[in-house]
Design a binder for this molecule. Structure first.
Ligand code: MN
Length: 366
């Protein structure tokens, strides 16, 4: 009985929050940048698309502005299917917009470098934040004290779930495009409903499940592993490029381009399948963007992937994620030209390897 009352209360709070957003939208003047930071995944794309549908409904001008290029083939196929175009935030900037709406990310996850360039504008123009990534208590308080609408629920399996509520409460009809995108967002963030989702995610799913275009979705999800991914798998199964300490495995994906670096998360998923391995880090150097990229996968209970990723990047970059999956970006402390030297590359990857093993208590001195 007590639980029932509690659940009813939670539902009330959620509906009030969504209504608050819709009230704000109904009087909004000016244009909105629908923005996602970090690697754009299906959940971010779906959430952005659904928010776009809602803004359309309120006759508000908007553009999609993502920090990173779409690299993974299935993400590009999703974008093609939805017939949207996503601009690059680094190139376009926020100048042409009056408001910023963040989806599937929160200001606490914006990298230090990005903060320096865009933070002032982000703070000034921030209109809404809808996310399911964890956020520091202090950062959340600060956000709530601002004028922005804030709906951050880390317990949810996807940000798509939050947008599904908004679609319903704005009296919009779900359509096959929105339904397919939202389902793919939830499916992808929960690894096909195998990790980290709640009954609330499922409840939202029932609202649009009949409209999902499974044929299109199958063709989007179909070509899961590119030849680049197989090349990286081939590399990291050579014992010169991986190291195991206890139940933790570190793999060196070597040097990549902005296109091939999208193999890293897939390779990390793959390596976690090995029996007896509960924590995996795959790291490589994206030479196009002059950045070290890494993916973390973790199936144990002592840490979280988010925690491991954040600690690896602490002081040298940015990292975060969820309980079982995370990622980080590290700005190499070496000059642009020296990053092409094999010795610098090896030293970089080596230092990240040691950071990882120190975080999980498998450092040399432990
Ligand atoms: Mn997400």
């Amino acid at each position: 009985m007590t639980l029932l009352i509690w659940l009813v209360k939670i539902n009330e709070v959620i509906e009030l929050e969504t209504r608050d957003l819709l009230n704000r939208l109904s009087g909004l003047e000016g244009s909105v940048a629908i923005t996602a930071f970090g690697n754009p995944d299906p959940d971010a794309i779906a959430s952005a698309f659904a928010l776009g549908r809602i803004l359309d409904h309120y006759e508000i001008d908007f553009d999609y502005l993502f920090e990173s290029e779409i690299n993974r083939p299935e993400n590009q196929l999703l974008v093609n299917y939805l017939e949207i175009s996503i601009d690059n935030l680094t190139r376009a900037g926020f100048e042409g917009f009056d408001h910023i709406s963040l989806v599937d990310c929160n200001p606490g996850r914006v990298s230090e470098v990005m903060r320096k360039n865009l933070r002032a504008e982000l703070d000034r123009k921030l209109f809404s934040v809808q996310d399911h990534h964890p956020i520091e208590e202090a950062e959340l308080e600060e956000l709530k004290a601002s004028n922005a609408f804030v709906d951050i629920r880390p317990e949810l399996g996807s940000c798509s779930t939050i947008l599904s509520e908004c679609i319903k409460d704005s009296d919009l009809e779900f359509d096959p495009f929105t339904a397919t995108a939202l389902f793919y967002g939830l499916h992808s963030d929960t690894n096909g409903l195998l990790r980290g989702f709640t009954s609330h995610d499922v409840e939202q799913l029932t609202r649009y499940v009949d409209l999902i275009d499974m044929e299109s979705l199958k063709s989007i999800v179909g070509p899961l592993m590119t030849s680049e991914t197989f090349e990286v798998i081939h590399r990291v199964t050579d014992e010169d490029f991986y190291e195991v300490r206890g139940t933790y495995k570190f793999a060196n994906a070597g040097t990549l381009t902005s296109k091939t670096s999208s193999a890293i998360p897939q390779v990390a998923d793959f390596l976690l399948k090995e029996e007896g391995v509960e924590g995996v880090v795959v790291a490589g150097i994206d030479l196009d963007n002059h950045v070290v990229l890494g993916s973390v996968r973790y199936s144990g209970s002592r840490y979280t992937a988010e925690d491991i990723a954040a600690k690896i990047a602490k002081g040298v970059g940015s990292g975060g994620g969820h309980v079982e999956m995370g990622g980080f970006q590290i700005q190499p402390g070496v000059l642009q030209d020296t990053i092409y030297r094999e010795s610098s590359q090896n030293a970089l990857i080596e230092s990240i390897k040691e950071r990882f093993f120190n975080v999980v208590g498998k450092g040399v001195n432990n």
